[in-house]
Design a protein around this ligand. Structure first.
Ligand code: TYD
Length: 133
């Protein structure tokens, strides 16, 4: 999978409350090495604004909503994430930011790599240069 893709996750509907789940082999197109989550985001803030050289990721709005803004070097796409039964697959070498967080939103990120500061591309012009190589 080389393009950003919305992936439907299982949803077990129940009058007691719904349940969704993710299995590394079944629902995520990579082996999950790390999960992290972003929460307590003050109004008007944004996160990200970088790309990863090697990391692929799946982003799920566990609670509330936010927008994931992606740029593959040829144009921008905005995904409004508002349900916890789908995830957005973001392949490596995609510029991404997350904004428009609602109150009490939680963004779960499942990653194909462990944390490595050297995997980050922080400069958009460098990202474009690397994309065009
Ligand atoms: P960063 O990935 O820049 O956050 P965002 O993309 O949401 O703006 O990470 C913020 C800080 O957290 C940075 O100092 C690195 C640290 N961090 C870890 O130590 N481990 C991790 O798994 C992640 C994602 C970040």
């Amino acid at each position: 999978m080389t393009k950003p893709t919305l992936i439907d996750l299982p949803k077990i509907c129940d009058p007691r409350g719904n349940l969704s789940f993710i299995e590394s082999e079944g629902h995520v197109p990579f082996e999950v090495k790390r999960c992290y989550w972003i929460y307590d985001v003050p109004g008007g803030m944004f996160r990200g604004g970088h790309a990863f050289r090697e990391q692929d990721e799946l982003i799920v709005a566990l609670s509330g909503s936010f927008d994931v803004v992606l740029n593959d070097g040829s144009g921008e796409q905005r995904f409004h994430m508002a349900r916890s039964y789908y995830g957005l697959y973001v392949p490596r070498m995609t510029w991404r930011a997350i904004d428009n967080f609602s109150t009490n939103s939680v963004a779960l990120v499942m990653s194909s790599t462990e944390y490595d500061a050297n995997d980050y591309i922080e400069d958009f012009n460098e990202f474009i240069r690397l994309k065009n190589e």
